[in-house]
Design a protein around this ligand. Structure first.
Ligand code: FES
Length: 151
């Protein structure tokens, strides 16, 4: 059995028939072909699957699709095309925070949200709030430098 799901995806209304056990991460990747949110741990620890739900960062692996009805989802595909993420993308690239790249989409989602927040966190707070975005290459030096430059 499936149910009729309607929500807003990257600014567009969408409608999809969805099985009750489908998670947001699977829905994005398999039903909508949006592969920017990555499966990593799939238990809410690594942040590779980060998206915004009603403007707040969430781990897409922990959200069930049925929870989306009437809500707004934004993914890296939309946020990366938004000029507001440009300082974050530049800081990550310029400070050597991009190695294999698997974690970077999630990091851009978290950092762009923090950077646009009012009041904006200071560098120490921002670094602490990045604890939900793990880098499997352990390239945290570059991430720390990018955060320092941004906040
Ligand atoms: Fe969702 Fe790791 S895959 S937090």
């Amino acid at each position: 059995a499936s149910f009729d799901l309607r929500f807003e995806l990257n600014g567009e209304p969408v409608r999809v028939a969805c099985p009750p056990d489908r998670r947001l991460l699977t829905l994005l990747r398999e039903d909508f072909g949006l592969t920017g949110a990555k499966p990593g741990c799939e238990v809410g620890r690594c942040g590779a699957c980060m998206v915004w739900l009603d403007g707040e960062p969430v781990n897409a692996c922990l959200v069930m699709a049925w929870q989306l009805d009437g809500r707004q989802v934004r993914t890296i595909e939309s946020v990366a095309a938004d000029e507001r993420s440009a300082p974050v993308r530049e800081a990550l690239a310029c400070h050597g925070a991009v190695q294999c790249g698997y974690c970077n989409a999630g990091m851009v989602m978290t950092l762009t949200w923090l950077h646009g927040r009012t009041p904006r966190p200071d560098a120490q707070e921002a670094a602490a709030l990045m604890c939900g975005n793990l880098c499997r290459c352990t390239g945290y030096g570059g991430v720390a430098r990018a955060v320092e430059a941004l906040f």
